[in-house]
Write a protein that binds this ligand. Sequence first.
Ligand code: FEO
Length: 402
Amino acid sequence: MERYLLRDDIWWVGAIDWNGRDFHGFETARGATYNAYLILDEKVALVDGCKDGFGPEMLARVRGCCGSRPIDYFVINHVEPDHSGAIPWLIEQLKPGRVFCSKRATDALPLYYGAETVAAWDLQIVNTGDELPLGSKTLQFLEAPMVHWPDSMFTYVKGAKTLLPNDAFGQHLATSKRFADEVDMNIVMEEAARYYANILLPFGGSIQKMLTKIAEMGLEIETIGSSHGVIWRRPEDVAKIIEAYKGWISGRAPERVTLIYDTMWRSTEKMTMAIADGVAQEGVECSVVKLSVSPRSEAAHQILGSRAFLVGSPTLNNGLFPTVAGFLTYIKGLRPKNRIAGAYGSYGWAGGAVKQVDAELRELGLDVLEPMQLKYAPDEAGLAACAELGREVARKVKAMGE
Ligand code: FEO
């Protein structure tokens, strides 16, 4: 089995989920990986686990790197089941001397895996700044609440300038290559953005706190081994992903408008195309996402990369079109900020959908334009009004500046 060395006897021992296409509603078109790291020193430490079903692959990689050496320490950075699902089985196989996690992880682990199972693990709680010497290297722990769950934790490998931040800086990308510099960087950055938009968007403030904490603690980072996707092992790649995160956290976005819609009898679709043309007339880039043919996670990705987004829904039985309702539920949880937004759509008699979209967007605290709705199919005047809406939103986007 291929072995992957990060640096300084730190080995990747995770699993590749080539066929993973769904991550709690996030369509992962390029699959996923569940990364874990084995640190060989006078003591042997294993950081992170993997999803249930991938334990045998991970175990084979661990044994391929350390043979029959005992595992002294097992660090659980995060309890979400994509990382912890296989941990009870792995602990049974590897019998680590001690298991480390955050205080909040001790609340969740017994609920997932049973109090009796977890009681047998010799679990030790660690707090920010706590250290675990391994020999030439030392693990240092940083609690990272809400990056991604309350229990989340980063592990820093002192002596190797390596940060193992679990979910932060990840991408859902299955590949036989392990390092960002070995694959097409455009794909890596696209997947990093899609991942941020669908997983970490609500937690920008928590990530910023961690970046500040890392700076205060004076931790030098040359390598970042996230728990998903490829590893940032060159200082220039580390700088690139951290800069990208700072931009996403700030809420800044390129001069682009995204139209997210669905349609019953193509009336809302005709409105969408007219709006898109209006945006283009102002020289602003426009993306269009039709929810019945594209995943809502792509819509979330496009919102991250756009200063404005408009949501179009036909009225079905006085309410929202179901795909639009699902999208609004999804985006409500992701809480995009600093965006211009707006609602539009066609209706037959009583209407209702556009009003509901407008209300949801206002609840998100966005800068919401006046809604636009047209009866039945748009006529020439209606399409002209849609084009004007497109021009208006494009002008607003340009006025936002960098
Ligand atoms: Fe990769 Fe929050 O789990």
